[in-house]
Design a binder for this molecule. Structure first.
Ligand SMILES: [Zn+2]
Length: 367
């Protein structure tokens, strides 16, 4: 072996080691959002002051809400609200964002509403140009679009969500990503009895903003899709937690949050029953923004409502050490999620987009 060959081999070996160090065991990643679900509820369960008609609205009586979700101990309370997240993710994975324990997770976009948040988490950086939910097609490439062009990912990256605006956020006409969101969430080409029933229900359901079906349509659509497809990367965006909060309906926010937890459990359990996904799949759960505090500001979010910048991140998968609820750990931002998704799959998103924030893997690995 001459010197040049030796150097070449050493370099190649170094590159292989570097990329396998990142690759780990994860072959598939699912990013799941509960829009505007606050860290308050995630880490301390339901807020007592909002469980009544005056501050939170009620179809469900305060007595019944308390029977479902109340306990004086916040650790029990949060488990009543999110049994899968606190029984399974918190024991086999990690949660970031409990500021009271010295773990901070925030949005970096300074606006704390939806489009800026979804752009930040999926492109890897905030973009001050995106200052409205009606911004239109996203000028930024997202990690989903980028991954779909990497070897092994063609046709394997898919977007699902209740919010029709995801067609813009993931720039459908440029990215050519398969996007099933809002008006086309339900698969109109499925003519099976089940598909026809779902279509019938969709057509006869009152849609939010005339375009967005309720969360339940999303869970069924994704689970059905997995019967015939094996995406390696999925975005799954739930919207009802934000919608009910804007309506001032805390009783429905907490029921919806509870349903979100069950939907994540159903998706996790289904995917763990499929060989291509079992023990090779990482779930990342988060919110696009937080909300305000107190008896009124919890309903809204943005620059006016302080606290809206705070989010939470939950992660479970074969490359995430089971460190549970993290304490006294480095502060993280939503913008780190894009590179994290790529790094878990052994891909370096920052090589293509150097402005993207660093992946979270160091934080997740640190005891
Ligand atoms: Zn909102």
């Amino acid at each position: 072996m001459n010197k040049t060959t030796h150097l070449l081999l050493t370099t190649l070996l170094g590159m292989t080691l570097a990329s396998t160090a990142l690759a780990g065991k994860t072959r598939n990643v699912v990013l799941i959002i509960s829009d505007g679900l606050r860290p308050e509820e995630m880490f301390t369960g339901v807020e007592e002051d909002l469980l009544n008609e005056k501050n939170g609205g009620n179809w469900t009586s305060e007595k019944e809400l308390r029977a479902r979700y109340w306990d004086p101990d916040p650790k029990v309370r949060r488990m009543l609200l999110f049994p899968f997240i606190w029984n399974t993710i918190a024991t086999k994975g990690q949660l970031l964002g409990n500021a009271q324990l010295g773990s901070q997770a925030q949005v970096a976009n300074g606006l704390a509403f939806s489009y800026p948040g979804y752009n930040e988490m999926s492109s890897g950086m905030p973009d001050p140009r995106i200052n409205s939910n009606e911004f239109g097609p996203n000028p930024n490439q997202t990690v989903f679009e980028w991954l779909s062009h990497q070897p092994g990912f063609a046709g394997k990256v898919e977007i699902f969500g209740t919010w029709n605006t995801f067609h813009d956020i993931f720039n459908e006409s440029r990215s050519h990503l398969p996007i099933r969101a809002g008006v086309n969430l339900v698969d109109a080409t499925d003519h099976s009895p089940r598909g026809q029933l779902l279509e019938e229900l969709y057509k006869t359901t009152t849609l939010l903003e005339d375009k967005d079906p309720p969360d339940s349509f999303l869970t069924v659509s994704v689970l059905d899709h997995l019967k015939t497809h094996r995406p390696r990367v999925m975005f799954v965006g739930y919207g009802d937690t934000d919608s009910w909060a804007h309506q001032g309906r805390y009783d429905l926010v907490v029921d919806t949050a509870h349903h979100f937890d069950a939907a994540v459990a159903a998706l996790w359990n289904r995917m763990q029953s499929i060989p291509e996904y079992k023990d090779k799949t990482t779930f990342i759960l988060t919110a696009d923004h937080g909300r305000g505090h107190g008896l009124v500001e919890w309903k809204e979010h943005g620059v006016e409502e302080s606290g809206s910048e705070n989010i939470w991140i939950a992660i479970i998968g074969p490359d995430t050490p089971p460190l549970g609820e993290r304490q006294n750990v480095a502060s993280v931002t939503q913008s780190q999620l894009a590179a994290t998704i790529a790094a878990l799959l052994g891909e370096d998103y920052r090589k293509a987009e150097p402005r993207a924030a660093a992946p979270l893997l160091d934080v997740l690995a640190a005891p």
